[in-house]
Design a protein around this ligand. Structure first.
Ligand SMILES: Nc1nc2c(c(=O)[nH]1)N[C@H]1C(S)=C(S)[C@@H](COP(=O)(O)O)O[C@H]1N2
Ligand SMILES: [Mo]
Length: 389
């Protein structure tokens, strides 16, 4: 039994080490910048280690219920065990929640992410301490039970030494982690800046929320081809406005500042151009279209939603039902950066479940209408319902 527990503690220590290391790499934009080619492997390893971690928690719980009686009276040990397990379960649950984030995003995932980080700050040193002291104390017990009786003084002084070292280590790593998570502002990830041109002059720039920085999707993979049927329009915050009009009760004309006041959401999605190229893991932040439509107040005869671009040429449209899908958004940030003019900024439509020709760039107006509208590419032969696959 002791051997088993000792092995478990060892496995747990290794797994925990792996989780800390990969977790830090995933969190750190700097390390991720350096290791960008390994990014998705790091995530996979983190997930794999997380699964092992969950197994070891379950094993712990099983052992703990068996040995609970034996440690009766040792309240500090019980408390330590319970705290460690609570934290571990919290980390596992939030981790599982984060696994399910795809393109149907909401505040739940953002809360899961911040909770996962906070639990890591508290939890990793605690769990680590637990694993190290547990592993050593059981190795020690095994030694005592063995044929060669060890020197008691040595054992107790070694135990004290290990406890102190582990406590100090846990405290120190806790402080370092806390500093890293709470106060670091590393922005060295090669993003869209430099890669794509931005002639927009928007002031203020949208402030990315948690989830955008660092991007919850780990940074987009692939390359956008800059598609446009016109010259690329350049916007200024003073000249820019966003309208929602047509069959609505309260037509909206929003300035850039008013537009930025509307709460946004962060979601990760893939971007498919029907001509065959794809960009995956894009972390978009924007206003859910349904929120804008609600603000404007839909009239009963509003059946379709038409989208206009400030290029004055490009349009597209969705049925109301499609427009109300919760992952349809008017995005202003990609991977935590303002969407550059090349990619349709300051605001563009994102419809993760449809081909990108539905995603109007330089979006500046939305009209609620009663009859279907056939957009730019739709009128040139592309399907009006552009579902991917
Ligand atoms: N205003 C406008 N929006 C547009 C287009 C366009 O030419 N003009 N092209 C569409 C197509 S076909 C694609 S694939 C995507 C390309 O987005 P990107 O240039 O950001 O890669 O934008 C879509 N939205
Ligand atoms: Mo496209």
């Amino acid at each position: 039994m002791n051997k088993k527990i000792s092995n478990l503690h060892f496995l747990h220590t290794v797994v925990t080490f792996g989780l800390i290391l990969t977790g830090l790499i995933l969190y750190s934009q700097f390390l991720r910048g350096i290791l960008s080619s390994l990014r998705s492997y790091v995530r996979d390893i983190h997930i794999f280690a997380g699964i092992l971690f969950i197994f070891s928690i379950v094993a712990y719980c099983v052992i703990l219920t068996r040995t609970w009686g034996k440690i009766s009276g040792q309240y500090d040990r019980k408390l330590m065990n319970l705290t460690a397990i609570t934290l571990a379960v919290g980390l596992a649950l939030t981790g599982i929640l984060l696994l399910t984030y795809t393109d149907l995003q909401n505040s739940l995932d953002i809360s899961a992410l911040s909770l996962h980080r906070i639990l890591a700050i508290i939890g990793i040193p605690a769990v680590f301490y637990h694993a190290v002291t547990g592993w050593f104390s059981i190795t020690r017990q095994a030694g005592v039970d063995g044929p060669v009786s060890a020197d008691k003084g040595f054992i107790s002084s070694r135990r004290v030494f290990i406890r102190w070292t582990a406590s100090a280590g846990a405290l120190l790593s806790g402080l370092v982690l806390a500093k890293w998570f709470l106060f670091s502002k590393d922005t060295t990830l090669p993003g869209v800046k430099g890669k794509y041109k931005d002639c927009n002059k928007m002031d203020p720039l949208p402030v990315p929320s948690l989830g955008s920085v660092p991007p919850i999707g780990g940074g987009y993979k692939g390359n956008f081809e800059v598609f446009t049927v016109t010259q690329i329009p350049c916007a200024t915050s003073a000249g820019w406005q966003f309208r929602v009009f047509g069959l609505v009760d309260n037509p909206l004309t929003l300035t850039w500042t008013k537009f930025l006041d509307i709460p946004r959401q962060v979601q990760v999605s893939d971007f498919y151009c029907i001509t065959g190229w794809t960009v995956t893991h894009c972390t978009f932040e924007g206003i859910p279209l349904s929120r804008l439509l609600t603000l404007a107040g839909l009239q009963p005869n509003a059946k379709y939603v038409k989208f206009y671009s400030s290029d004055g040429v490009y349009t597209s449209a969705l049925s109301l039902e499609q427009a109300l899908m919760k992952d349809v958004m008017v995005a202003v940030l990609i991977d935590g950066e303002a969407i550059p003019s090349d990619l349709g900024g300051p605001a563009r439509l994102i419809i993760p479940q449809m081909y990108a020709y539905k995603g109007v760039k330089w979006l500046n107006a939305i009209e609620l209408i009663q009859e279907p509208h056939i957009g730019y590419w739709e009128s040139r032969g592309y399907a009006n319902d552009a579902w991917v696959k």
